[in-house]
Design a protein. Structure first.
Length: 266
């Protein structure tokens, strides 16, 4: 395994929020997340192009969905996450599936506990919007890859319109206090290229989601759910969040825009 010990320093306020949210919501997150991300998983598989000799690092692995998926093809996979409760669920799933070429390690994205150049592929799925220092996270992913290695990053997108993006992210933070920011595709591309990667391929896709399902993954208090619902309904005229909010048969729906980006370390 390409692992090493790194000092993470004192816990930050954001780190404490992440640990609190995902420790408290580990069960609901583990139960609901794979049900809503199947298309995203498909693009992650296709763009990663994992081969039998590859060493794969999955950053912010959570319950290990991506890591265990790639273990089917890779030489070995290491999943890193900050939250022990999620790692425990990843380990349980690994044992249940009888996977022997995957391991899970506690660590921070800003100081990944791995050797430089130790991996052929680095993946990060639907977690980038939680990182308070995205450039530092990308620098660590770049460090972990061998020259010519591939980064595959998938995340939900926000609008290119700054006002719509600001409201969208405000609602996301109300639901999940560990949320930092979802980015427009142009900004996400610029950060990846600025970190020393050459973008190879981008796949954009969208799916319709309803308000109730969104609330089930990270379950906020009832009064917060009510306030988010009110603000979203008020945002329908003029598409103020950039998510194509709409009411259909009395239910609130929106469109989730996502992208998976494959990039090569220069």
């Amino acid at each position: 395994m390409s692992l090493r010990s790194r000092s993470t320093g004192p816990p930050s306020e954001h780190k404490e929020r992440v640990l609190r949210v995902f420790t408290e919501k580990a069960d609901s997150y583990t139960a609901h997340k794979p049900l809503i991300d199947q298309e995203s998983y498909r693009w992650m598989r296709e763009l990663a192009r994992v081969e039998p000799h590859h060493r794969v690092l999955d950053v912010a692995t959570g319950p290990g969905f991506i890591a265990l998926m790639f273990a089917e093809w890779a030489r070995y996979v290491v999943g890193v996450d900050l939250t022990r409760a999620l790692l425990e669920r990843a380990q349980a799933r690994r044992r249940e599936q009888g996977v022997e070429n995957a391991g899970f390690v506690e660590g921070e994205v800003g100081a990944l506990p791995v050797r430089s150049g130790g991996f052929d592929v680095v993946t990060c799925h639907k977690a980038f919007h939680h990182f308070p220092e995205p450039e530092r996270a990308l620098a660590e992913m770049h460090r972990a890859l061998r020259p010519g290695g591939r980064l595959v990053l998938g995340d939900t997108l926000s609008s290119e319109d700054p006002e719509k993006s600001e409201l969208h992210n405000r609602l996301e933070r109300m639901r999940d206090p560990s949320h930092v920011r979802m980015y427009p595709l142009s900004e996400l591309r610029a950060m990846i290229e600025g970190a020393g990667f050459r973008i190879e391929r981008v796949e954009e896709f969208a799916d319709e989601r309803d308000f109730e399902t969104w609330m089930q993954t990270i379950t906020p208090p009832p009064e917060v759910v009510k306030e988010i619902h009110r603000l979203m309904r008020e945002s329908v005229p003029g598409d103020k969040t950039g998510q194509r909010l709409r009411i259909k048969e009395g239910k609130l729906y929106y469109t989730r825009f996502s992208a998976v980006i494959a990039a090569v370390r220069r």
